[in-house]
Design a protein around this ligand. Structure first.
Ligand code: SF4
Length: 694
């Protein structure tokens, strides 16, 4: 402030990093941000913020930002700056040619969890109305798609059950595969505050995270399970609850399907799910599994919070189902202080899923095969919609390699850096004839692009983000776009170029269309958001001011559904050549692949990713702290520096993935969740050896 002078105005908007969705007052002097001040009336953050949000504007004016559209014929050609009109005409021509030559299904789009609800809605509309297929997917594919599947199957809705305020009533918190201290810091502060008031804590994580032990706080149970054994451990917790008679029979009789429950009891009571048997698989002492199960079942209001350590596995969906079973079993659903709460990684991953960014679902999680749902959009958009699901991202890449998928519009997503099996991603992109990257920077994926469309930052546009508690927050334009168009306008221009008669004057009109066509958003409008600050969906005639807690009195699907959760070991096995298991995570000051945080002040707190390795494993390999090491898997290898620590157990190594040089996904495999194709980022068999550096 001293350097830039006093602000002359301020605009309330929403942080564009994590799924907490903190509200900020952007204080401005002219067209420059002076500082970001956490907004005390923000319902998700109540005046708090983390270091990422406080410095969230530096990348807006970064010198590497690309502000003009660019085109090239071949990916080996130099880029040529063109006008917006020429770029849109070029894409429209290329996509038309590709569809004529290869068929209607040869093109598609990817929406971004970084963009607004309105922008993701437009991309799926462009694909369905304009391209005439359902080849639309989202970056949620690689993070929380198992949440959508697992909670949809068991409870009937693909979202977390509680608001953040609910934690004030929690007696026992169970944190599974998440490190909110790093990834969701403002929520972590609220949880820690509750723990300091006496709530108990259970942590399931291969690593001793900052959640396990911190000043004035220590978990009652830390279950440091071997990566890949989530299903076995959560099912063992349920085994204890059932065999020791700790389940809530009254809740189950009233709220769940009793026949399915009895089938589940016969499954989960089997001795193969006992803590003693599961200890042999996961390495966690049976007594700790028993103690944790008893505490969760009998300690009062039990709330489960989980993250990507649950979903990014070959059994990600099964683990989500196992968690949902456990909460139903103990009656921990449908009131304050309990619930199943996915901690969404990105600012709008909930929203991008809500908006129909999946190849099988229209907005509001309604399957594309439903005639009545399709008819709503067919009459509004004036086209016949395809009733068959389209291609997911990995299928698009497969089809590209096979020569049947040739054109892709990617909004705000760097799939080369963030998706698994980098070699396969680059092969797929290289095989395509028209790749359109719509982004702020020339990211890694742009190396394979034929057209670059400049993106706008969250400060340069209006819209909404939906956070991890289903809260729809307003994003308000703080400054004029540095490039010609805000992102929603760019997608609209592209739609117009391919002949669609879109004519939205403001994102509020897009939200009005969403509300008209999506029952869970029926009452949402910018007017209501301005009046209330934010609302949580479902927001309709039954809940005119939104729904903080879901499944009160009954599940959305009717009766809660217990489903068997058989543990199946991942095909990714450690062995003599690759004896260690690699898992990954984040640090507080960086965000995902770092495209924004590496271009802000945050970079001074973290300038490289390190490989955490246990002292015994390091000593066996002659590795000292800070040494360069070679990290190799069956898929590939990379080089980074070692950090020797007993935060990881022997046999496990860990790294973050914020810097492109680390190339963590060069070594991840192509195994994925059986139900959703979410990649198995959290288990890779590796070898670590000394290296001279990159
Ligand atoms: Fe809040 Fe997350 Fe932004 Fe931090 S990164 S300020 S916790 S929304």
């Amino acid at each position: 402030v001293l350097e830039k002078g006093m602000p002359d105005r301020s605009v309330v908007t929403t942080c564009a990093y994590c799924g907490v969705g903190c509200s900020f007052k952007a204080e401005m002097k002219g067209d420059e941000v002076v500082r970001m001040v956490p907004w005390k009336d923000g319902k998700a953050n109540r005046g708090h913020s983390c270091v990422k949000g406080r410095f969230a504007w530096g990348y807006t004016t970064h010198k590497e930002r690309i502000l003009n559209p660019m085109v090239r014929e071949k990916i080996t050609d130099p880029w040529r700056e063109v006008s917006g009109d020429e770029a849109f005409r070029h894409i429209a021509g290329e996509f038309r040619r590709i569809q004529y030559q290869y068929g209607k299904g040869a093109v598609g789009g990817i929406t971004s969890s970084r963009c607004t609800n309105e922008e993701t809605y437009l991309v799926q509309k462009l694909v369905r109305q304009g391209f005439g297929n359902n080849n639309v997917d989202t970056c949620a594919r690689v993070c929380h798609s198992p949440t959508g599947y697992g909670l949809g199957q068991t409870y009937g809705t693909s979202a977390g059950t509680q608001d953040f305020d609910s934690v004030e009533h929690t007696d026992v918190a169970m944190v599974i595969g998440a490190n909110p201290v790093s990834a969701h810091p403002v929520f972590a502060s609220r949880l820690k505050k509750r723990l300091r008031k006496g709530a108990r804590l259970i942590v399931l994580d291969p690593r001793r995270t900052e959640m396990v032990k911190a000043p004035h706080m220590e978990a009652d149970y830390h279950l440091p399970l071997k990566p890949g054994t989530n299903v076995a451990v959560v099912t063992a917790l349920a085994h204890v609850v059932v065999t020791e008679g700790l389940f809530d029979e009254a809740f189950i009789r009233e709220r769940c399907d009793w026949d399915e429950f009895q089938d589940y009891v016969s499954f989960v009571s089997d001795p193969r799910h006992s803590p003693e048997e599961v200890e042999k698989l996961c390495g966690v002492p049976a007594d700790d599994i028993r103690g944790a199960a008893r505490l969760y079942a009998t300690g009062g209001n039990g709330a489960i919070y989980y993250g990507l350590g649950v979903t990014e596995h070959s059994q990600g969906s099964t683990t989500v189902i196992a968690i949902a079973n456990l909460a139903m079993l103990t009656g921990n659903i449908g009131r304050p202080g309990v619930g199943v709460n996915p901690l969404r990684g990105q600012n709008n991953v909930q929203g991008s899923c809500d908006m129909g960014s999946f190849p099988h679902e229209l907005p509001g999680y309604r399957h594309i095969s439903g005639d009545a749902t399709r008819e709503i959009y067919e009459s509004l958009w004036g086209v016949k919609l395809d009733n068959e699901p389209g291609l997911r991202i990995p299928n698009m890449l497969d089809a590209a390699v096979e020569g049947t998928f040739m054109g892709l519009y990617i909004q705000g997503e760097d799939i080369l850096q963030s998706d698994p099996d980098t070699k396969h991603v680059s092969a797929g992109l290289a095989a395509m004839e028209c790749v359109v990257v719509h982004d702020l920077f020339l990211n890694e994926t742009a190396n394979y692009a034929h057209v670059f469309l400049p993106g706008s930052t969250f400060l340069e546009k209006d819209g909404t983000f939906t956070n991890a508690e289903r809260r729809i927050n307003r994003v308000r334009k703080v400054m004029e776009p540095k490039c010609e168009y805000a992102d929603w306008e760019t997608t609209q221009k592209l739609a117009q170029a391919i002949g669609l008669d879109w004519n939205y004057q403001h994102p509020s009109e897009i939200m009005d269309e969403i509300a008209r066509t999506t029952p869970t958003f029926a009452n949402v409008s910018y007017e209501l958001l301005d009046k209330m600050g934010s609302v949580q969906w479902p927001c309709n005639d039954k809940a005119p001011e939104g729904t903080p807690i879901m499944h009160i009195g009954g599940f959305v699907r009717g009766k809660g559904k217990f489903i068997r959760t058989e543990y199946v070991a991942t095909d990714e096995k450690s062995g003599p050549r690759f004896p260690l298991l690699l898992t990954t995570g984040r640090i507080l000051s960086q965000y995902n692949v770092g495209a924004q945080t590496r271009r802000t002040a945050n970079v001074v707190w973290h300038d490289e990713d390190r490989l955490e390795i246990h002292p015994h494993d390091a000593e066996n390999r002659g590795i000292r702290d800070g040494d360069w090491v070679r990290l190799a898997s069956r898929a590939g290898e990379t080089t980074l520096r070692a950090l020797i620590t007993d935060r990881v157990a022997t046999g496990v190594v860990y790294t973050t993935f914020h810097h492109p040089d680390t190339q963590a996904n060069v070594i991840t495999t192509d195994y994925s969740d059986w139900a959703t194709n979410c990649p198995e980022y959290k288990v890779t068999a590796v070898q670590v050896s000394p290296s001279n550096g990159p």
